[in-house]
Write a protein that binds this ligand. Structure first.
Ligand code: ZN
Length: 71
């Protein structure tokens, strides 16, 4: 799990894929099937519209799952 998290943390540094914060699937940044949402100046990518809808309702609940930094 730690290894996977480390991989996730690199997702916004030039990687062609991002991690859907809802289901933790890899999503192609150039063609996100579920669209994108921006929260606190960070863009999140979704595998499906349903994931985006869930995120948009309570973004603060999900961004904590994949924070690059956390106090
Ligand atoms: Zn998803």
């Amino acid at each position: 799990m730690i290894g996977k998290l480390m991989k996730l943390l690199g997702f916004n540094r030039g990687s062609p894929t991002a991690i859907d914060p809802i289901c933790l699937m890899e999503v192609d940044k150039s063609n996100p099937s579920g669209g994108t949402s921006t929260y606190q100046e960070v863009t999140y990518y979704f595998c499906a519209p349903g994931c985006k809808r869930v995120f948009d309702q309570e973004p603060e609940r999900y961004v904590d799952q994949i924070p690059p930094t956390k106090p």
